[in-house]
Design a protein around this ligand. Structure first.
Ligand code: ADP
Ligand code: MG
Ligand code: MG
Length: 251
């Protein structure tokens, strides 16, 4: 599904990602962990196609296409979804109207007809019950005055509506409270299938108590320095990241 080969990228002439290799297959959940500043959010931003970031080498193939050649909207159309970082607040735009536009843009990209009002309502009801979201939340302005938990619930709902092939979740360093984590994880787990994949990016291991990964990778100084199964996350929780400096012999 996703094949990253020797990816180098940076911002304002500074190299941040220094040769990332990662392969994700359908049905898999991968976690990327690592200390603050290691390049986790940069990787998520490069995959989503944020324009401030410059790719200086390597390749990313997504479902057989060159991802780096695609505009951000086209990446979403192909089935890539990035959540959890800096959710936007849009006063005056209800979540429902925002979702209608987003869903129909993705459908248009895929050559499908726009959903009419009744079809959209049906899809919404189905996904609302799947991720357990309150109807009242959807009529309020997008993210405006939402609590942390409500923002997460809303994002998971957006993810459910767009039915992504690969969802990338970047948990900010400030972290979510435990309720928000449970909400987010329950939604992600409800959406998981053999056909789609998830990339969870997190500084902390606690999110991985709820979204259990098949593979865990440690990102350090722009490189994946260690990969393993879910037990690697538990190991990191105990030892912290200090082992990296010794093991990698990096000052
Ligand atoms: P993480 O998500 O693992 O904490 P980031 O990808 O946010 O790491 O950051 C990696 C490195 O890139 C850090 O040294 C950070 O200071 C730098 N960086 C990130 N964003 C910018 C930016 N917009 N301008 C300059 N440097 C940046
Ligand atoms: Mg950071
Ligand atoms: Mg980050």
């Amino acid at each position: 599904m996703l094949q990253i080969k020797d990816l180098h990228a940076g911002i304002e002439g500074k190299e941040i990602l220094k040769g990332i290799n990662l392969t994700i297959r359908p049905g898999e959940v991968h976690a990327i962990m690592g200390p603050n500043g290691s390049g986790k959010s940069t990787l998520a931003s490069v995959l989503a196609g944020r324009e401030d970031y410059e790719v200086t080498g390597g390749s990313v193939e997504f479902l057989g296409k060159d991802l780096l050649e695609l505009a951000p909207e086209a990446r979403a159309g192909e089935g890539l979804f990035l959540a959890f970082q800096y959710p936007v607040e849009i006063p005056g735009l209800s979540t429902i109207n925002f979702m209608k536009t987003a869903v129909n843009e993705v459908r248009k990209y895929r050559g499908q007809e726009a959903l009419d009002a009744a079809e959209f309502l049906k899809l919404m009801k189905e996904k609302m019950s799947l991720v357990n979201i309150d109807k009242n939340l959807l009529t309020r302005s997008l993210n405006e005055g939402f609590s942390g938990g409500e923002k997460k619930r809303n994002e998971v709902f957006q993810m459910a509506m767009l039915e992504p092939k690969l969802a990338i979740l970047d948990e900010t360093d400030s972290g979510l409270d435990i309720d928000a984590i449970r909400i987010a994880a329950a939604g992600v787990n409800a959406i998981r299938s053999k056909e789609n994949a998830t990339l969870v990016i997190t500084h902390y291991q606690r999110l991985l108590d709820y979204i259990v990964p098949d593979f865990v990778h440690v990102l350090y100084n722009g490189r994946i320095v260690k990969s393993g199964g879910k037990e690697l996350a538990l190991e990191l929780e105990e030892t912290g990241y200090s082992f990296l400096k010794n093991e990698m012999n990096i000052a």
